[in-house]
Ligand binder design. Structure first.
Ligand code: FAD
Ligand code: MLT
Ligand code: ZN
Length: 493
């Protein structure tokens, strides 16, 4: 589908429009030849103006790609003095429209800041530029027996700076916790150009406010993250993956309880997806086959990670024997080698890509108490059927083709997704704010891990109080008093 611009968001007239003299300044400040892209090369600009989902589109006429913090500093200082709005951009894989301009804000891409600065194999601390791609970092650590504490389907494109800026969750959070725990320090460039170290790469440091925490999940609204120090765990020597088919969502929960109790310290992922997700993956991704002979409504991917293969194998087979004989699962398969492990993960990780290939993909990333997780999907299906937009029997007569649920069940995180042939205002209106009201009623969060960006900014009050939002605005004033960093997003207007 074609991405739309957002005409109802009025451009802040106090932001300066870019002129030739600004471009001349940027070309002088950024030394590398490909460091500044302008509207002279529209094809090169295009990918920076459009998000991964092809839903949000800006019209910036300058993309800056500095190679070091000093260049970032010079650019921001100039932008702040001249009131030029700036969108920080990492791998541009964000799913809430935060990484692309709304109007003509310039894009500051971290693409060319991609050096691994240091790795200490004693402490496990990795320090790198913010533009390093997550998968590159993980491959680097693998050679030394370590692992990145986070993993996502977008690992081949997303950058560690973008991960930190969105507080990405992903597939390893159950085991290693969130970035609020694993990021030890970072270097940031503030809107006025000051380069500030937020802490030191130490596990323990109780000197003053922990300001780095404010930047984790700040989505480019406070400043630019230019480097990150993160604690990398040892890479587990034994990894097992099993795929299980379950006949009801209650069954998925029972299985989760049992997995936590019996696999306990070796359980490293508990992901679920529904039958329609599998159907779409099979349709769009070459080589994906049905895991079991019979259809089931829910699939669970369980991963264990540990340091002793015999111990883990024994535990997992006892677990699988029990759940099969007791009828907790309909069917199951245990990956026999690393290829099968990768194959099972591939099914889970390509759900996002498969949904996107359907056309317009409305994505909702919610925290909901686990017992209510799937009833939210069913409520959404009912709602859309009642307004004639969805046919529950799958007879494609409605304009919404699929309403599916999958996600990080182990973290209480549901990904509710709808697909349609394109983007339409009336579909959007049938979903929002209805869905956010449901989430609020369940005491959940309207964004578990993808953030607020442009998409969820207007709805923040469904998750945060007015006093809380006022405090957020006060923090913004401290770091970016002129409001040049990623405007129109994150805060409700
Ligand atoms: P971008 O998309 O470029 O930017 C995201 C936000 O961060 C923007 O607001 C941007 O302005 C800001 N930003 C980027 N870099 C910086 C910086 N250096 N300093 C300051 N601000 C910055 N997310 C999850 O949480 N869990 C998942 O499991 C997950 N899986 C995904 C799978 C796929 C296939 C895709 C496409 C996306 C997935 N995402 C997931 C969403 C996305 O990948 C993450 O939010 C990721 O962390 C974004 O990183 P990025 O480098 O692409 O950032
Ligand atoms: C995932 O868990 O696969 C990601 O958060 C992406 C998505 O929600 O599509
Ligand atoms: Zn996710």
């Amino acid at each position: 589908p074609t991405a739309t611009r957002y005409p109802h968001i009025i451009r802040d007239a106090s932001f300066k429009e870019i002129e030739e003299k600004d471009i001349a300044f940027f070309r002088n400040a950024i030394k590398s030849p490909a460091g500044v892209i302008t509207s002279e090369a529209p094809d090169e600009l295009e990918p920076f103006n459009q998000d991964w989902m092809r839903r949000f589109k800006g019209r910036c006429s300058a993309v800056l790609r500095p190679t070091n913090s000093a260049e970032v500093s010079a650019v921001l200082k100039y932008c702040n003095e001249n009131r030029i709005a700036v969108v920080p951009q990492g791998g541009n894989t964000g799913l809430v429209g935060g990484s692309v301009p709304v109007h003509d804000e310039i894009v500051l891409s971290l693409q060319n800041m991609n050096k691994i600065r240091e790795f200490d194999p004693i402490s496990g601390v990795l320090t790198c530029d913010a533009g390093c791609v997550l998968e590159v970092l993980d491959n680097h650590l693998e050679k030394q027996g370590f692992i990145m504490p986070l993993d996502l389907g977008a690992k081949g494109s997303c950058q560690i700076g973008g991960n930190v800026a969105t507080n990405a969750g992903g597939l390893r959070l159950l085991r290693y916790g969130s970035l609020h725990g694993t990021v030890l320090s970072m270097e940031v460039v503030l809107a006025d150009g000051r380069i500030v170290e937020l802490g030191k790469p130490l596990r323990k440091d109780n000197t003053g406010f922990d300001l780095k925490q404010l930047f984790i999940g700040s989505e480019g609204t406070l400043g630019i993250i230019t480097s990150v120090s993160i604690l990398a765990p040892r890479r587990p020597k034994a990894v097992n993956v099993a795929m299980l088919g379950v006949s009801s969502f209650e069954g998925v929960q029972e299985l989760f309880k049992y997995a936590k109790s019996e696999l306990n310290e070796i359980l490293s992922a508990y992901e679920f997806f529904d039958r329609t997700c599998l159907k779409l993956v099979k349709h769009h991704i070459p080589g994906i086959r049905e895991p079991f002979e019979t259809d089931v409504p829910f699939y669970v991917l369980i991963e264990t990670s540990g340091s002793n293969k015999d111990h883990d194998d024994e535990k997992l087979s006892a677990f699988l024997d029990h759940v099969m004989t007791e009828g907790l699962v309909e069917d199951g398969a245990l990956a026999q080698d690393t290829t099968q492990v990768a194959g099972m993960w591939n099914i889970r990780e390509t759900i996002t890509e498969s949904l996107a290939k359907e056309g317009g993909n409305y994505k909702y990333d919610l925290s909901v108490p686990v017992p209510k997780l799937y009833s939210v999907v069913e409520e959404m299906q009912e709602r859309l059927a009642s307004v004639g937009l969805f046919a529950k029997d799958g007879s494609a007569s409605g304009r919404v083709k699929h309403v599916v649920g999958f996600g990080h069940m182990g973290d209480g995180n549901l990904h509710l997704n709808l697909t349609s042939t394109g983007w339409s205002k009336d579909i959007e209106k049938a979903i929002e704010p209805f869905l956010y009201e449901v989430v609020q009623r369940h005491g959940g969060s309207i964004s578990a891990e993808h953030g607020l960006g442009l998409m969820k900014a207007p709805y923040l009050r469904y998750s945060k109080s007015d006093d809380f939002i006022d405090l957020m605005k006060s923090m913004k004033m401290v770091f970016d008093p002129k409001g040049i960093m990623n405007p129109y997003k994150y805060f409700p207007s």
